[in-house]
Design a protein around this ligand. Structure first.
Ligand code: AMP
Ligand code: GLY
Length: 409
């Protein structure tokens, strides 16, 4: 069986890595990256042509852009198996205003908001909220179109920078959780909960990024919380849209219960890296069933304990950065037992070099969160490239929350 993975990040490397462990499966990736080089095929022409060229029985789409452009509709019309939402449903991620109106219409708990189309209305709306207030650009922004403004001056600067179509939103207090479910139009199969680290610096400071690291641990949510998320957020959304593919709810667990900040219509990155690392179920039959609308009896099993992914980024990211920087020590890192998923890398003349902002996702598991963190950082310590930076506190908030002391503290 041939499976095509569309995309080029750590999420896609982790997906391909997991899929490639399934017996009788051959993985193709387009465009892929340096870590996926054995699977890479040219991403020339329409995605459907690429899938036909490699004889893909099933295609899994990583990033949102092809989904928003309608790749799933075209595959379905041609009778080719694919996991993902229709272009219509992909609008849940493509437009924040569309998503917020959707939440409101279906009674899905979310932050209070006002949608605006020009700077003047935006400034007026911002005055109606307590500070900090959240200012969000309407379109796709790879997690970077959001400013949490501490005061009026900052809010007005953000409005000028991100506008004119904006969502002005109430700031919510609570733990942030990435809740991802695989959906087949009717049935819903939740993945394990994860927590991302979106700010670039330790202690959740500095600008937002695509995500600087994530961990996966069952204790992120209680069973009752999971049930509530399924009942009040995922369930109503899937029922209203007949959603297919991965529905990712970015949640804040407030004192009044879960609130959805946003829906993504795909797997998260880096979340997919610790998720694939911890999943023990053969994912391929599950993906096939999702594509056929037969998810019904499937279950997902996870290794006991936790997994952690630390993102190593290029100097300057999430701002401008250099590429073509040689990377050393990937093999040494893997010799420690960790898995190094590639994101922005390519095969250069002198080995693997950088090719993007987020470069590697160093991922490790452990019998508990503490040992997973220690293993991931032991592997990170083996890797070097000029200008690299990474957060040193991935998972530590989790450790604190569960009443376990952080290593060395
Ligand atoms: P989004 O692109 O909507 O996921 O926003 C990016 C990040 O900004 C989120 O991951 C949160 O950390 C933060 N954020 C967004 N909206 C809110 C909100 N209403 N209250 C608190 N934090 C928020
Ligand atoms: N890690 C956040 C996202 O994938 O949107």
């Amino acid at each position: 069986m041939n499976i095509l993975v569309i995309g080029s990040g750590g999420r896609e490397h982790a997906l391909g890595w997991k899929i490639s462990q399934s017996p009788g499966v051959r993985v193709f990736a387009a465009p892929g990256n340096g870590g996926m080089r054995e699977w890479c095929v040219e991403a020339k022409g329409a995605w459907l042509e690429v899938a036909e060229r490699v004889g893909a029985d099933l295609t899994v789409v990583g990033p949102e852009a092809p989904l928003v452009e309608g790749v799933v509709d075209r595959f379905r019309a041609a009778g080719r198996g694919i996991v993902g939402p229709s272009a219509e449903n992909a609008r849940l991620e493509g437009s924040k205003i569309f998503a917020k109106d959707f939440f409101k219409r279906h009674g899905i708990p979310t932050a209070e908001f006002v949608a605006v189309e020009n700077a003047e209305d935006a400034k007026k709306a911002a005055r109606g909220f307590r500070f900090p207030v959240v200012i969000k650009a309407d379109g796709l922004a790879a997690g970077k179109g959001v400013v949490i403004a501490a005061d009026r001056a900052e809010a007005e600067r953000a409005i000028e920078a991100l506008g004119p179509r904006l969502v002005i939103e109430e700031y919510l207090e609570g733990e942030e959780v990435s809740f991802i479910a695989l959906c087949d139009g009717r049935d819903v199969l939740p993945l394990a909960p994860t927590q991302d680290h979106k700010r670039v610096n330790d202690g959740d400071t500095g600008p937002n990024t695509g995500g600087m690291g994530a961990y996966c641990d069952a204790r992120i949510l209680t069973e009752a919380q999971t049930e509530r998320i399924l009942d009040t957020i995922i369930g109503p959304a899937v029922e209203a849209t007949r959603f297919t593919g991965f529905l990712y709810a970015g949640l804040i667990m407030t004192a009044d219960g879960p609130r959805v900040l946003e829906f993504n219509v795909r797997l998260g990155d880096p979340e997919t890296q610790p998720l694939m690392h911890r999943m023990t179920t053969d994912f391929v039959p599950v993906l096939e069933a999702a594509a056929r609308g037969e998810l019904g009896r499937h279950k997902l099993e996870w290794r006991r304990g936790a997994s952690v992914c630390v993102v190593m980024a290029s100097g300057g990211y999430p701002g401008g950065y250099q590429t073509g920087v040689p990377i050393r020590g990937i093999e040494d890192a893997e010799a420690t037992g960790a898995t190094v998923f590639h994101a922005g890398t390519r095969a250069g003349t002198d080995g693997i070099e950088t090719a993007g902002g987020r470069v590697l996702g160093v991922t490790a598991g452990g019998e508990d969160l503490r040992s997973a963190i220690e293993r991931a950082y032991a592997a990170v310590g083996k890797i070097e490239f000029a200008g690299m930076h990474y957060r040193r506190d991935i998972g530590l908030k989790g450790l604190k929350r569960y009443g376990v002391t952080a290593p060395g503290r």
